[in-house]
Design a protein around this ligand. Structure first.
Ligand SMILES: *Cc1c(COP(=O)(O)O)cnc(C)c1O
Length: 372
């Protein structure tokens, strides 16, 4: 309905009523209900809310909004992992083969390896090369991959998956639907965490899955109701409220990341710098073709853990925190989570601070590592 508009207009209006009604808020408050009143005579009626595990108007508002931005039908989940696991558990049976990024989100890898008995898991680096998808049931891509920020060609891989009869899912957490719309590029499913840049205020955990096929979406919805892992109405409402500023936040985060990546690349103590928007980045060519904007996450390496410690201690603007995509610039030394990343690898998530302030802070914090 709002596709003729630009990104910011779509974000501000997504999932909200088209017609203004005097006296009503711009976004209705969250609906808190376990049961709803039933008609005492007719009982439960189709299309009328009956019970809170299956029916909630606040979820529907958020799902309409995200569905509009992704270009599909959205099912909200209480976390990104709940969405990823729902997609894998509804689509895979013992004997099936799953292709998964070897450099993707570590919990998705752990889940596939340890919680899908009988499913054969093939790990492939996001940058490829990809094996034949013959005999594969589901290919899950993550692009840009977290935390290494490699990028793959969704449309080309979707085409290969379709010809092999495999389903293609894309984890769209890092890009957000303003960065890329995988369903338009041929993916069958999008899964994502809404806890990161999509909502961006570092105050909620939520996830979603989207599909263009009504059957796939219905399977996910039924799965959610039966397994009972449902989002809280308050989180769903906070998320919907936060979507309005998505375009503004991403624009500043991306601008900050571009400037910080340049600064880092010019510093002698910094090893590799990855940001797919940088002309020298290995992912630049595919990212600039495929992505409508580049996220605010930059990954770089310092020589040691001690260097990272000194960098984070000296910085006044960078908070040590995992997760990414928030208003505040945060940094995460991935090796501290048991990720198989180098000791000095930092995933820096640029916030919405003034670019000049952030650059000055990063430069000063790097200077402070000189005593290491
Ligand atoms: C954070 C993240 C997830 C999991 O999301 P949660 O909301 O933390 O459960 C999945 N995929 C990617 C790429 C992530 O960054």
């Amino acid at each position: 309905m709002t596709s003729q508009f630009g990104d910011s207009t779509r974000c501000v209006r997504a999932g909200r009523p088209d017609a203004a009604r005097p006296g009503e808020p711009f976004l209705a408050g969250p609906v808190f209900a376990a049961p709803y009143h039933l008609d005492p005579v007719a009982g439960p009626q189709p299309g009328v809310d009956g019970y809170g595990r299956t029916d909630n108007a606040t979820w529907r508002g958020l799902e309409a909004a995200i569905g509009e931005l992704e270009g599909g039908e959205c099912v909200a989940f209480p976390s990104g992992m709940a969405a990823v696991s729902a997609a894998l558990l509804t689509q895979l049976r013992p004997g099936d083969t799953l292709v998964l990024p070897s450099d993707g989100y570590f919990l998705a890898r752990a889940f596939a390896q340890e919680s899908l008995p009988g499913v054969k898991v093939e790990f492939v680096p996001t940058a490829g090369p990809y094996p034949s998808f013959d005999g594969v049931r589901l290919v899950l891509l993550e692009t840009p991959a977290n935390p290494g920020l490699d990028v793959c060609d969704i449309a080309a891989l979707a085409d290969r998956a379709r010809r092999a009869g495999a389903l293609l899912a894309v984890d769209n957490t890092t890009a957000t639907p303003l960065g890329q719309r995988p369903l338009e590029l041929g993916a069958d499913l999008v899964v994502a965490s809404a806890s990161k840049a999509l909502t961006g205020h570092s105050d909620l955990i939520l996830g979603y899955a989207c599909a263009t096929s009504p059957e796939l979406a219905a399977e996910l919805r039924t799965w959610r109701a039966r397994t009972g892992g449902v989002p809280g109405p308050f989180e769903a409402w906070l998320a919907h409220r936060s979507l309005g500023t998505l375009d503004l936040r991403l624009a500043r985060q991306s601008e900050n990341a571009a400037a910080v990546a340049e600064l880092l690349a010019a510093r002698p103590e910094v090893g590799s710098v990855r940001w797919p928007g940088r002309e020298y980045d290995p992912a630049y060519e595919v990212a600039s073709r495929q992505m409508r904007r580049i996220p605010g996450v930059v990954t770089f390496t310092l020589p040691s853990k001690a260097h990272v410690d000194a960098f984070l201690t000296a910085s006044r603007l960078i908070a040590a925190a995992t997760s990414f995509g928030g208003l505040h610039t945060t940094a995460d030394r991935r090796a501290q989570w048991g990720d198989d990343a180098p000791e000095g690898l930092v995933r820096l998530s640029c916030g919405v601070e003034d670019t000049a302030d952030l650059l000055a802070d990063v430069a000063a914090a790097l200077d402070a590592t000189a005593t290491q």
